[in-house]
Design a protein around this ligand. Structure first.
Ligand code: CO
Length: 502
């Protein structure tokens, strides 16, 4: 196994970071900028990089002196960085959700957050207030002419892809009912059945769970239109954040989780704080046939899943009735207690995520699993052209140390065939977010292109953009943003030709 640590060599000691450096990223985004030209402080932006990098994440973490209980309760703030002619320009805007507008005016939290943020006044003030605050903070993707800020429990918010101006909640051309749950993890089918699609889902859960699987056209005159739609009901409560696709299947992992709503109803906990691992519970794979695949119209298949908890999948593919699914497995569900300060967490007490491969045999209904890497990781992706197909390479954010939990400080490229790794590290004072692999428009090799990532630079208390070569993670440019963006969530890339004319 070769390893090229380009900045600071990986070490097994625990002195990779200071907790206050990591926690210093948790701040409010104070400025909204418009087409601000960014300063390149090292290297050069490749001229072939032509398009826009969109990133969503919590941007408002404190109001009127009160902090959110968990950063996932922070209001969605979109950063867009447009690359053209070797320059990068930043536009950033909060999503003007109904709750953001009201709370901005009141300068205090007037809604409860799903992750435990309460209104002032204790349990009494919060009991039986079951309104959901759609904070549109989880992902941002382009679909048709809309840029969508996604939050899985309610409608997407539609934005102008260039100015990031908020239009309002979107029904996706009539496909969704008002306030209908719509996942924050769409998958982009690169063309398994001819034209490319966006595949996504919504879940209604309780003692039974119904998954609505939807496929939308992403190109041509029908871009943004719903083209396939099916609903399947399964027994049991479901917590489904992400899924994976192959040409024939939508693959879900239903974690063995239970939901006790009482503390939420009584105003003592946020809804997500009422989730816990089910003792002796059995996780399940729910496989739903895609409408354009070979098993269209057939009922779903259900297989037992290995122990553990999964938020995110890397990719899936299929061959001869065996589905390969690669996911980031945690030993247990990392619950969020009501009396903890998220800035004070002890990484050593929280399970780390590890990349794991499961083989799901549809003929004999058996599942086997294999650990692919011991290193703590999150936010993994393959070349988008390999979505749903066998992929050799993946890119992910990892902890600096090789084992055990820690904050995400490095980017890793892993060759799934040979286990060869390349590493770029921001340690000890930098903290990475989700890396995005952007293939070259015309490329022959699967790993040819760039990786872009926003990094919290605690030395200057602001955010940097790093551009590296996706084949060996060689740093090509360091670009300084004039703002501080807290540790964020998901993002996407739109090629320049997908954007409206300026
Ligand atoms: Co996610």
């Amino acid at each position: 196994m070769s390893k090229s640590a380009l900045n600071i060599p990986l070490s097994k000691s625990s002195g990779h970071f200071k907790k206050q450096d990591w926690a210093s990223a948790y701040c409010n985004v104070e400025k909204e900028l418009n087409n601000e030209k960014l300063k390149v402080v090292k290297g050069a932006i490749p001229k072939e990089l032509l398009g826009t990098f969109y990133r969503n994440g919590p941007g408002r973490l404190e109001r009127g002196g009160q902090w959110v209980h968990h950063p996932f309760d922070g209001d969605g703030m979109i950063a867009s960085i447009r690359f053209k002619d070797g320059n990068a320009k930043l536009t950033n805007r909060f999503v003007r959700t109904k709750a953001w507008v009201e709370e901005e005016k009141a300068d205090k939290f007037i809604y409860r957050g799903v992750f435990g943020t309460q209104k002032a006044g204790g349990a009494l003030a919060n009991a039986f207030d079951l309104r959901l605050k759609n904070i549109a903070n989880t992902h941002v993707v382009k679909l048709g002419n809309e840029l969508l800020a996604l939050w899985e429990a309610s409608s997407p918010y539609s934005l102008n892809p260039k100015t990031l101006e908020t239009f309002g909640p979107s029904s996706l051309n009539g496909a969704l009912k008002e306030g209908e749950a719509f996942s924050a993890h769409p998958r982009f089918d690169p063309g398994h059945h001819g034209s490319p699609r966006m595949v996504s889902f919504g879940v209604r859960t309780g003692p039974k769970s119904t998954i609505r699987l939807m496929e939308f056209a992403t190109e041509g005159p029908n871009a943004g239109q719903l083209i396939h739609d099916r609903k399947d009901t399964f027994s049991g409560f479901a917590f489904l954040h992400d899924f994976a696709i192959t040409p024939n299947w939508a693959v879900f992992l239903q974690n063995a989780i239970e939901f006790n709503p009482l503390p939420f109803l009584l105003g003592q906990r946020g809804a997500a704080q009422c989730l816990s691992s089910k003792a002796d519970g059995q996780g399940k794979f729910w496989l739903i046939p895609r409408d354009s695949g070979s098993f269209a119209g057939q009922p779903p298949r259900i297989l037992n899943a290995p122990d553990g908890f999964v938020f995110h999948h890397l990719n899936a593919c299929e061959q001869n009735n065996v589905i390969t699914l690669e996911s980031i497995f945690y030993k247990d569900f990392p619950s969020i207690g009501p009396n903890e300060d998220f800035r004070e967490i002890n990484f050593d007490l929280i399970p780390e995520g590890r990349l794991t491969r499961c083989l799901l045999n549809l003929d004999n209904k058996t599942v086997s699993s294999q650990l692919l890497s011991r290193q703590c990781c999150e936010f993994a992706m393959v070349n988008p052209r390999k979505q749903g197909l066998s992929a050799r390479y993946c890119w992910m954010a990892t902890a600096q140390k090789e084992e055990g939990n820690g904050p995400l400080q490095a980017i890793k490229k892993l060759d799934l065939l040979t286990n060869e790794e390349f590493v770029w590290s921001a340690a000890p004072r930098g903290f990475v977010s989700e890396p995005l692999m952007i293939p070259k428009q015309i490329s022959t090799a699967e790993d040819e292109g760039w990786v872009v990532v926003l990094v919290w630079n605690s030395e200057r208390s602001a955010t940097d953009l790093i551009i590296m070569s996706s084949s060996d993670l060689k740093e090509e440019a360091v670009v300084e943003l004039p703002i501080a963006i807290p540790h964020g969530l998901h993002g996407s890339w739109a090629n320049e030709d997908l954007l409206p004319e300026s």
